[in-house]
Design a protein around this ligand. Structure first.
Ligand SMILES: *Cc1c(COP(=O)(O)O)cnc(C)c1O
Length: 950
């Protein structure tokens, strides 16, 4: 037998992993779009004037095995110690069942933000559990479904307090015992808004009538457990709002913020099972009194009913979205921390109130015992009343003790020059406490010193929490597994279908990229651990930054922003700092086209800029005449413009370089929203086009999964002249201007983007961009005729996404864009982006990851929907009583009485539906208005969980 060696390398998955269409499919698709070759298509699509000169080169692509070896070697350069630093980050144990069935499960991590409630009931339920848990623990009425980190949540609470307070004061009081990173982010956020920050001791230095609000840390960063009831009473007398930043685990044992009279509580749910990850991602929370629910930032899950009157969940009060409120939006938060909120909520479901109290009780007892030992060793300890954290006076011995602790494998917190902070956690063992004692020079036995709890009765928790049955289910792992499975089965994520959401770039999140995020060397590093314990992180961050610079044409990257909107804010603040350094602090006008993403104007407002809107032309391009006129008019005060490239309409505008030139001529800086980088990588670089700063959504272009609405990473790239004005952080360069709690944002998900770049190499990344453009043009070509494709380049090409106009169907058939989106659910698809950037249209972004068969399935569905609309137009189908209006159909529609003029077969199995693996939405169409009128944002009574028992 002769064996012939072919060129085929069975381990070279580079193309077959990320790039959907096979070479023969690519050829077929090119024929359909009418291009002679892929490069010819790209030449027709991407203007020559902006094409990058040199191709991307970062060495050869690595195979999966090579990249995993490389990640392993890099991870090993981090040193995993037991970090008892505290300061908002603690060791925790993620229950393995949650790790495997949620964090490592694409059904959860590849889902999108639940804007389409009918296909998101599972994660909406998990988020409702989260809200219920937070409201219960904090003793407040209503909680949202996550913010980005504790420090930004505190800053959001400040601006919310300013909106809600009746006080005329412009100052915000900050407890000197707040975590340092919280104080820094509050300072950053306050400055451009003209708010004064007063830092001091709430018991002696707070003048309640001089402030619109105040924030207290509970327990304080050095461990103090204070009752703020009297201070809050004084604040209320002065018309000011009280915010408490509370550690949720401590609330299992301590009097809640609500019982002290707090109006708002914020904090981090990290220690509910989410690893420290060198700073993130973790879910922050915010809870408020009922009176303030309508001014709360972030997303809120609420209960409503569906078309059959059954209970359903959906995002409540969506009119607060930035797309509608623009620069008047309450906040720019878009991507939040949904996956982490889901994990934290499941941690509470897993442990229940009894388990949480036991964990908190054990942590507290270990801390009390540790304190007793330190006292025996003649150390003075502050405070006397604490939950898990104490501060030890170590005059003259601080360095020596910290070093001795390190030899024991422990990181303690350096506080000033003479104190040491120690925070215990769920992971702390008895021998950890003994090791702490040894570091302080004593050889003591844990059993000899075992202490009773020291929390005095008045500070103890008297009220119940987590009483809802969901927190009392039988927690046998079989039941947990099935509960989690049942929820994910209700949802449509990338593991079942393409999610063609324009602008959101729902591409493959490859398994090999995901594997390393739970390795202890990445997961268990405290963000404020000594730098020499994070050398692997440093190496990865440096190399990823270098690659991102080469991709974008920028000179420096800040990894601090932990979402795209945070990146916008950070970038605009960088521009602001640059103008100030040049003595041009009066420059505060920001030109933003009407077509911009809603976060753009919201971020500009937060950065203290005045938003001036620029018109877009009928073809979706920026109206250059209007742009020029506005730039002239505001020349003296022009700070920046914010543009998106390719445009939010999915077109490579020929005028981008001119827009940059006009802005520069008038002294402004160009912010290029990098969310559409998936159309640029390897072909064109924002830095070359003339832009000065961009954020990159690593959770879009660079494969970090969307998590059902977060996590994300929004690092910014800048040109060299802006580099010195990037956000600082006390933990790294000691400079002000922090925008996130941790110096590298959600650092532990960076290996995903890094692995993607390493496995693709420069050529692979460029190929991905080309195929993303091909896939979008293929859909446009196949659906043209049935639908108008809005906006194309002069050569008739779209970029990486295309907009289909469904507005004519309203007139002709009474069919709305909503009807089309809901009918797509019956076909087994997640709807494209709806009504943005153009109301009444669908924006489709297939990404390079989708194979031709999946694109064809989608086109078949869209064509069948058009045919149904046609049947209405032709009078063959009723205008009201038709499958489009009744979509989505549930499995209930297959049984029971049926009086519709179309049959069940047509209802449930339209084109695209996969018959032997049919996805059924668990609810019929959700009634949004009902839910907003009858706002319920915590778990309803169990009797309402209709499906549970039946
Ligand atoms: C996604 C997106 C953003 C915001 O990013 P988040 O991470 O959700 O905050 C901003 N601009 C555009 C064009 C986007 O598509």
């Amino acid at each position: 037998m002769t064996i012939t060696l072919s060129d085929y390398d069975p381990y070279d998955f580079a193309n077959r992993r990320h790039i959907g269409p096979s070479p023969s499919e690519i050829a077929d698709m090119l024929a359909t779009v009418g291009a002679s070759s892929l490069d010819a298509l790209i030449d027709e699509t991407v203007p020559a004037s902006i094409r990058q000169k040199a191709s991307l080169a970062f060495g050869d692509p690595m195979s999966e095995r090579e990249v995993l070896d490389h990640l392993r070697a890099t991870a090993k350069k981090n040193t995993v110690m037991v970090s008892l630093i505290g300061q908002g980050y603690h060791g925790t144990i993620m229950p393995p069942v949650i790790q495997r069935t949620i964090l490592e499960n694409p059904a959860w991590y590849t889902a999108y933000t639940p804007y389409q409630p009918e296909i998101s009931q599972g994660r909406l339920e998990a988020l409702l559990n989260f809200q219920t848990m937070v409201a219960d623990l904090t003793g407040l009425d209503i909680a949202n479904a996550s913010l980005l980190d504790e420090a930004t949540a505190a800053a959001e609470a400040m601006t919310m307090a300013e909106r809600a307070s009746k006080s005329k004061a412009k100052a915000f009081f900050v407890d000197h015992h707040c975590h340092p990173q919280t104080i820094d982010v509050i300072r950053t956020r306050a400055e451009p808004l003209g708010l004064e920050v007063v830092i001091g001791d709430p018991f002696t230095e707070l003048e309640a009538d001089q402030v619109f609000g105040a924030i207290f840390q509970y327990p304080g960063t050095y461990g103090h457990v204070h009752d703020f009831t009297d201070v809050i009473t004084r604040l209320h007398a002065g018309q000011a709002i009280a915010v408490v930043a509370a550690d949720p685990l401590s609330l299992a044992l301590l009097k809640s913020p609500g019982e002290m009279g707090a109006d708002i509580a914020v904090g981090s749910m990290q220690r509910f099972g989410v690893p420290m990850g060198y700073g993130g991602p973790h879910a922050a929370y915010m809870a408020v009194r009922d009176a303030y629910k309508r001014s709360m930032p972030g997303r809120l899950v609420g209960v409503t009913v569906d078309a059959r009157g059954n209970q359903a969940y959906r995002l409540a009060l969506q009119t607060r979205e930035q797309h509608i409120r623009r620069e008047k939006a309450t906040s720019n938060i878009c991507t939040a921390q949904v996956l982490l909120a889901v994990i934290a909520s499941m941690y509470a479901v897993f442990h229940g109130p009894v388990g949480l109290r036991a964990i908190a009780g054990r942590v507290h007892q270990r801390a009390a015992t540790m304190a007793a030992g330190l006292k025996q060793l003649d150390f003075i300890i502050d405070p006397a009343i604490f939950f898990d954290t104490v501060t030890v006076f170590a005059e003259g011995r601080q360095a020596e003790i910290l070093e001795a602790a390190r030899r024991e494998g422990l990181n303690l917190r350096k506080v000033g020059d003479d104190r040491i902070g120690i925070a215990l956690d769920e992971v702390t063992r008895k021998d950890t406490v003994e090791a702490v004692w040894r570091a302080f020079g004593g050889s003591l036995n844990y059993a000899d010193l075992l202490s009773e709890p020291i929390i005095p009765d008045p500070m103890g928790r008297q009220t119940a929490y987590l009483e809802h049955p969901i927190f009392h289910m039988n927690r046998a792992e079989s039941e947990m597994t099935r509960y989690i499975r049942r929820l994910s089965d209700k949802d449509l994520a990338l593991d079942r279908t393409m999610i063609p959401l324009g602008s959101c770039t729902m591409k493959l999140n490859a398994t090999a990229e995901m594997l390393s995020i739970t390795w202890p060397e990445f997961a268990d590093i405290h963000p404020f651990a000594p730098a020499d314990q994070a050398l692997g992180y440093r190496e990865m961050i440096d190399d990823l930054s270098d690659k991102l610079c080469r991709i974008t044409g920028y000179d420096a990257i800040s990894m601090q922003p932990n979402s795209g909107a945070q990146g916008e804010y950070a970038g605009l603040m960088t521009i602001r700092a640059y103008h100030r350094a040049n003595g041009e602090s009066h420059r505060d006008v920001c030109l933003i086209p009407t077509s911009a993403h809603g976060t753009n104007p919201a971020s500009a407002q937060m950065a203290g800029m005045r938003v001036v809107t620029v018109q877009t032309r009928d073809n979706g391009d920026i109206d250059l005449d209007d742009f020029r006129a506005k730039a002239e008019q505001h020349s003296a005060n022009l700070a920046a413009c914010m543009i998106t490239y390719p445009s939010t309409h999915g077109v490579f505008e020929e005028t981008a370089t001119e827009v940059c030139a006009i802005t520069h001529k008038h002294g402004g800086q160009v912010y290029l929203d990098g969310a559409n980088l998936n159309a640029l990588v390897g072909l064109a670089r924002p830095g070359d086009i003339g832009s000065d700063v961009s954020h990159l959504n690593l959770h879009k272009t660079f494969c970090i999964p969307h998590g059902g609405g977060g996590p994300g990473m929004g690092p910014i790239g800048v040109k060299s002249h802006l580099a010195e004005h990037l956000p600082g952080h006390w933990a790294t360069d000691g400079k002000p201007g922090a925008v996130s709690a941790a110096p590298f944002g959600s650092a532990s998900i960076l290996p995903i983007s890094w692995a993607y770049c390493l496995m693709m190499g420069g050529a692979g990344l460029t190929q991905a961009t080309k195929i993303a453009i091909l896939n979008a043009n293929y859909i446009a070509a196949r659906l043209k005729g049935a639908y108008d494709v809005l906006y194309a380049s002069a050569s008739g090409r779209v970029a990486h996404e295309c907009i289909l106009d469904t507005r004519p169907l309203v007139q002709s058939a009474g069919v709305t864009v909503d009807d089309v989106a809901k009918r797509l659910i019956d076909c087994g698809f997640h709807a494209p982006t709806m009504s943005w950037p153009v109301a009444g249209t669908l924006m489709i972004e297939p990404t390079e990851s989708e194979v031709k068969a999946e694109l064809d399935r989608f086109c078949a569905a869209m064509l069948a929907i058009r045919a149904e609309a046609q049947a209405i137009e032709d009078g063959e189908m009723d205008r009201e009583n038709n499958p489009l209006k009744h979509a989505p159909h549930t499995i209930e529609d297959l049984v029971g009485p049926w009086d519709r003029p179309y049959d069940r077969e047509a209802a449930c199995f339209p084109a695209g539906a996969i018959r032997n693996a049919k996805y059924f939405a668990p609810v019929n169409r959700v009634d949004n208005v009902y839910g907003d009128r009858n706002l319920v944002c915590s778990c309803p009574p169990l009797t309402d969980y209709a499906d549970a028992a039946e």
